[in-house]
Design a binder for this molecule. Structure first.
Ligand SMILES: [Zn+2]
Length: 70
């Protein structure tokens, strides 16, 4: 039985230009960007502070869990 319901796929907008910043702020990003400038660092530090208090707390935990830097 031939498939008579198949339609060609059309793209109205470039989906790459409709993404939002990876930090969750909701601002649009375009091109190859995943974050707005500086938002990746802010997001990382916010999560580190939430879980480990500060960067030193994170580093201490990381090194005890995975070993010190070589
Ligand atoms: Zn952002």
């Amino acid at each position: 039985m031939p498939d008579r319901h198949r339609n060609p796929v059309t793209y109205i907008d470039d989906p790459v230009d409709r993404r939002t910043c990876g930090c969750g702020c909701g601002e649009p990003v375009s091109g190859g960007r995943l974050f707005l400038p500086g938002h990746d660092q802010r997001a990382i530090h916010e999560r580190i502070a939430r879980q480990w208090g500060d960067t030193l707390g994170f580093i201490t935990w990381f090194d005890s869990e995975y070993g010190p830097a070589r």
